[in-house]
Ligand binder design. Structure first.
Ligand SMILES: NC(=O)c1ccc[n+]([C@@H]2O[C@H](COP(=O)([O-])OP(=O)(O)OC[C@H]3O[C@@H](n4cnc5c(N)ncnc54)[C@H](OP(=O)(O)O)[C@@H]3O)[C@@H](O)[C@H]2O)c1
Length: 259
């Protein structure tokens, strides 16, 4: 039996990873802050798929909690075969209108935790000469949109780099870059989004399809996965247009000084 550990398992993309990885026969370790939700997910998934689910409630922005998760990821007696670094969040405010503590929290969850857990997992995986690391990044990693974009750029480049370093070890690393996906992400961040216009309907991805396509790319050994034809086109364009256009103030969440 193999085990997958998923961070941000209590909702959205992480929850869907749990569903699809359990359907593939993996036992799970589910990580997030909301312990009650994780217990509900454990009960549902164990009943539906007959796998074992271990609940590990943790706030990845808290150093002691992160250490606890890293210890679980690196255990040799109960190995983790698949690590999904998925936990994350967005904020609606521009950089200066966001408390710096929130900015640091986003770096802790979406950058520091990804580095710490990848390090713990990959060390143990290389010894066994097999393992899979999936880092959930974003289409925003190709853009210039605040700390979120910068954190996700880190995740994409970090994944590319570690994938290259681990080439030939039996351990693969993939950055999954979703575009707009129906989850709790935007509501929780109070980020206003259009989900109803004809253009929006073409852009938004269903979470089950996103994860299915992402896992197919992982199976195919892709290092960067961008599910959805619309986002393959957008990221293709973002890679070739002159960078001053990508970082145009008109496209940014501009700071409005108070009167
Ligand atoms: N939805 C999109 O359009 C979209 C697009 C591109 C990339 N992404 C990325 O996809 C990933 C998953 O987001 P989602 O869309 O599934 O959002 P979501 O539905 O809001 O789920 C976010 C998950 O992250 C967990 N989380 C947040 N802060 C945490 C912390 N400090 N410690 C532990 N867990 C934490 C949440 O659990 P608790 O609150 O219970 O802790 C929840 O399980 C994120 O990395 C996000 O940046 C999403």
């Amino acid at each position: 039996m193999t085990t997958a550990l998923v961070t941000g398992a209590s909702a959205g993309i992480g929850r869907e990873f749990c569903e699809q990885l359990a359907a593939r026969g993996h036992d799970l370790v589910v990580v997030a802050r909301r312990a009650e939700r994780l217990e509900e997910i454990k009960a549902e998934i164990e009943a539906r798929h007959g796998v074992k689910v271990e609940v590990l409630a943790a706030d990845l922005a808290v150093a002691d909690n992160l250490r606890r998760v890293a210890e679980r990821v690196g255990r040799r007696d109960e190995p983790v075969d698949v690590l999904v670094n998925n936990a994350g969040f967005g904020v609606k405010t521009s950089f200066l209108d966001t408390p710096v503590e929130k900015e640091i929290e986003s770096v802790d969850v979406m950058v520091k935790a990804v580095v710490v857990l990848t390090h713990a997992a990959a060390g143990a995986m290389v010894e066994r000469r097999r393992g899979t690391v999936i880092n959930v990044s974003s289409v925003a990693s190709f853009m210039a949109s605040g700390t979120y974009s910068a954190a996700k750029s880190y995740v994409t480049v970090f994944s590319e780099s570690i994938a290259a370093q681990l080439h030939g070890t039996g351990v693969t690393v993939t950055a999954l870059c979703p575009g707009f996906t129906h989850t709790e992400f935007h509501e929780r961040g109070e980020i206003p989004v259009d989900k109803t216009s004809p253009l929006a309907k073409r852009l938004w991805l269903d979470v089950d399809r996103l994860v299915r396509d992402g896992l197919a790319d992982v199976d195919a050994g892709k290092v960067v996965s961008v599910p959805g034809r619309q986002y393959k086109a957008i990221t293709g364009l973002l890679r070739v247009v002159p960078r001053p256009l990508v970082r145009s103030p008109r496209l940014s969440n501009r700071h409005r000084p108070r009167e």
